[in-house]
Write a protein that binds this ligand. Structure first.
Ligand SMILES: NC(=O)CC[C@H](N)C(=O)O
Length: 208
């Protein structure tokens, strides 16, 4: 697109500032999204990392949840990181009490999937669909995708041995998807907004 795209950043909770910084550095205009009216005229929306149960509750209170879900279902490109991935997901295996989601990406996620004691780690991931070079990924109490619906592309995965309780039964398990895309909706378990590896933001903006 010839003018800078207008990208909304869900701003009721989470690492909003980090996404705004990356998006503006890459040439987008940004707008914090806190209520339904903030969605007007956007070319895309980013859902940050943070705490998905709080995001879900606040989005409900602010009357943003249904309009945001409708906008994404209607074609508004969306990118969610970590808690943002959980917000986009159709299902949450282990929701907090009363927690729901926008239900716009046909995956089921497991919150806090990567370990109980040391639950943050970094990894260099091969993501050929997004970058020729490995993408440096930071996982912070991150979700994993445990069900991938039809039409959802797995862009990157990590060995299941990373998962919480992976050693418990000794059974070999499949890799856990940590980056997925279904048409105009992309989600990562990790936080490119904090690493300086902006491949996913670049790819998202390219599609607007
Ligand atoms: N870094 C994050 O966004 C953590 C996500 C958080 N564990 C949640 O359930 O929402």
């Amino acid at each position: 697109m010839s003018t800078a795209p207008a990208v909304g950043v869900f701003a009721l909770q989470g690492d909003v500032r980090e996404h705004v910084h990356v998006l503006e550095a890459l040439g987008a205009r940004t707008r914090p999204v806190r209520r339904a009216a903030d969605l007007a005229g956007l070319d895309g929306i980013v859902l940050p990392g943070g705490e998905s149960s709080v995001m879900d509750r606040l989005a409900g209170i602010m009357g943003l949840k249904a309009p945001l879900a409708d906008a994404v279902r209607g074609g508004l490109p969306a990118y969610g990181t970590c808690a943002g991935m959980i917000m986009l997901a159709a299902g949450i295996e282990n929701p907090a009490p009363g927690q729901g989601s926008l239900g716009v990406l046909d995956v089921t996620v497991r919150r806090n999937a990567f370990g109980t004691q040391v639950d943050s780690f970094e990894a260099d991931l091969a993501v050929p669909a997004v970058s020729a070079d490995p993408v440096h990924a930071v996982f912070i109490r991150a979700p994993a995708v445990v069900r991938v619906g039809a039409g959802v592309e797995v862009l990157a995965a990590v060995p299941a041995s990373r998962a919480a309780g992976a050693d418990d039964d000794g059974a070999p398990a499949a890799d856990l998807p940590v980056a997925v895309r279904a048409g105009h909706v992309t989600a990562t378990s990790f936080h490119p907004e904090v690493t300086g590896d902006w491949s996913f933001h670049r790819e998202f903006l390219r599609g607007l």
